[in-house]
Design a protein around this ligand. Structure first.
Ligand SMILES: [Zn+2]
Length: 255
């Protein structure tokens, strides 16, 4: 039995002092594939370095994160395109719209997201979508492209059952992380109603550590706690959760 962490930022400075130990703990817990979503032009070198050190286990993606969309976003998007010409990436991510912290670049975020949807279609790469306080904007930006072989993941999903079903209908999988283990998140009820057929697992390390590590630095090894929680909610065996979520990750990433 093994697991796929479909979303982990273990190339960030939070892991500079013990990154190899973090990787070994992931392997010990049977997490053997880790997909690395990018943030912006500054994070690319560290991400590619890690992917180069663990070519069988770490798979880099390229994209501009919505909270990094500022005045210079067109230059950042050009940078994404330059990298796409130079290196192999496994997805366009993470991208999307975040109106939780700051709405001052709302228009630019929508434009950057739309542009990166087109990059994902052009390069036939899955789209890894970050949605925060922005489901209406995300769906209306995706809409003109629906029916055009969109695929990818609604990462760190916290929406309603209806929003999950809409995402699935558009060709996406639903990324579930440690939030599912948080008391009062309500995500357990959504997962119970939705079932596991369209789910993928993710940690979003170093953020959102699952119970019993809530509030601490997250790492890929903790994916096991998320899988166990989903098994408990769905009433399925852990192995079934592993198999289904691996199959879904394979469908998204092709490896
Ligand atoms: Zn992320």
């Amino acid at each position: 039995m093994f697991f796929t962490d479909t979303h982990s930022h273990i190339y960030l400075p939070e892991f500079d002092s013990d990154r190899d130990d973090v990787m070994q703990r992931a392997f010990k817990n049977n997490i053997n594939k880790i997909f690395l979503p990018n943030i912006d032009s500054k994070s690319v070198p560290a991400m590619l370095r890690l992917a180069g050190e663990y070519p069988q286990h770490c798979f880099p993606m390229i994209g501009l994160h919505p909270t990094s969309v500022k005045e210079n976003y067109t230059r950042e998007l050009e940078n994404v395109e330059l990298w796409l010409k130079k290196e192999k990436f496994y997805g366009i991510g993470e991208v999307g719209i975040d109106l939780y912290w700051d709405t001052s670049f709302r228009k630019e975020q929508i434009k950057a997201f739309s542009h990166q949807i087109q990059l994902s279609l052009k390069h036939k790469l899955p789209l890894i979508i970050h949605t925060r306080n922005s489901f209406p904007e995300i769906f209306s930006t995706l809409m003109p492209f629906s029916g055009k072989k969109l695929k990818g993941i609604f990462h760190s999903f916290t929406g309603s059952i209806e929003q999950a079903e809409k995402a699935i209908q558009m060709g996406f999988k639903i990324g579930i992380n440690g939030i599912v283990s948080f008391k009062n998140s309500g995500l357990d009820k959504t997962v119970a109603a939705l079932g596991t057929d369209h789910l993928v697992l993710e940690t979003d390390s170093p953020y959102l550590a699952p119970v019993p590590y809530r509030g601490k630095r997250n790492e890929s090894a903790y994916l096991l706690h998320i899988a166990e929680k989903i098994a408990e909610i769905s009433g399925e065996k852990l192995e079934t959760v592993a198999n289904k979520t691996n199959r879904n990750a394979l469908e998204v990433y092709g490896i």
